[in-house]
Write a protein that binds this ligand. Structure first.
Ligand code: SAH
Length: 224
């Protein structure tokens, strides 16, 4: 038995995809300014390597974006941490909408925080893989194959909305579906001039903050 275990370090939670690798990533996120313990704990818990192709699994806990097929990427862990922390900074929302399911990792982080997650993806093939991951990890995430620029009207209003693909402007439908007291985080702008914006609906008005420069894949129209 002992010899067998020695041959399978990953199974013991060591190696490139185990708990130590996750702890090292979280330590690095801390050093780079992520201070929200709830977010750090969720990311220390979730197996990010299960959200990417096996061939790339050994790189899952590097702080980098990785390809997930169809020209899309799983976001860099620091970006996931930053956006999640920005979304929950003024109190944990209950009902959340994510646009751009991709690998499902960001939705899984939100679900691990105990939020009621709704996520929309335009590429069916990616959504299928993401759904399988939610199932395998026992995560309760509602998902829909649609153009996320339209939001998900049947489940609105949302306490929080996170867009994980970059649009030229904020989508009016998404702002309409943001409830009073709600927070929306979205990358906005063309190409390399994208800014991460946070909008909060307070006293009937919208308060906008610029959280810095980011690079996301584009928010595209239609289904695929
Ligand atoms: N949140 C993802 C990041 C994926 S990259 C993760 O954690 O892995 C952005 C995703 O947004 C891509 O999968 C892309 O297909 C999707 N996307 C782009 N435009 C979209 C749109 N209009 N509606 C829904 N999804 C969209």
């Amino acid at each position: 038995m002992t010899a067998r275990l020695t041959l399978q370090p990953a199974a013991r939670g060591l190696g490139m995809t185990g708990q130590r690798a996750r702890d090292r990533l979280v330590q690095r996120l801390r050093e780079q300014g992520i201070a929200d313990e709830r977010v750090l704990l969720a990311m220390a818990t979730l197996p990010r390597h299960q959200f990417i192709d096996e061939a790339l699994a050994s790189r899952a806990y590097e702080d980098t974006a990785l390809p997930i097929g169809r020209g899309q990427t799983i976001s860099q862990p620091w970006v996931v941490a930053r956006m999640t922390a920005a979304l929950v900074e003024h109190g944990l929302p209950r009902r959340v909408l994510e646009i751009g399911t991709g690998s499902g990792y960001q939705a899984a982080v939100l679900a691990t925080l105990g939020l009621e997650v709704h996520t929309v993806e335009r590429i069916e093939e990616l959504l299928r893989d993401a759904r399988r991951r939610f199932r395998q990890l026992g995560l309760d995430v509602r998902s829909r194959h649609d153009d996320g620029r339209l939001g998900w009207a049947e489940h609105a209003p949302f306490d929080a909305i996170m867009v994980t693909a970059g649009g030229a402007a904020l989508e009016p439908a998404l702002l309409d579906q943001l409830g009073e007291g709600g927070t929306l985080v979205a990358p906005v702008g063309a190409g390399s001039s994208q800014r991460l914006l946070r909008l909060r609906r307070v006293d009937g008005g919208l308060v906008e903050e610029d959280l810095g420069g980011v690079v996301f894949v584009p928010l595209l129209p239609g289904l695929s």
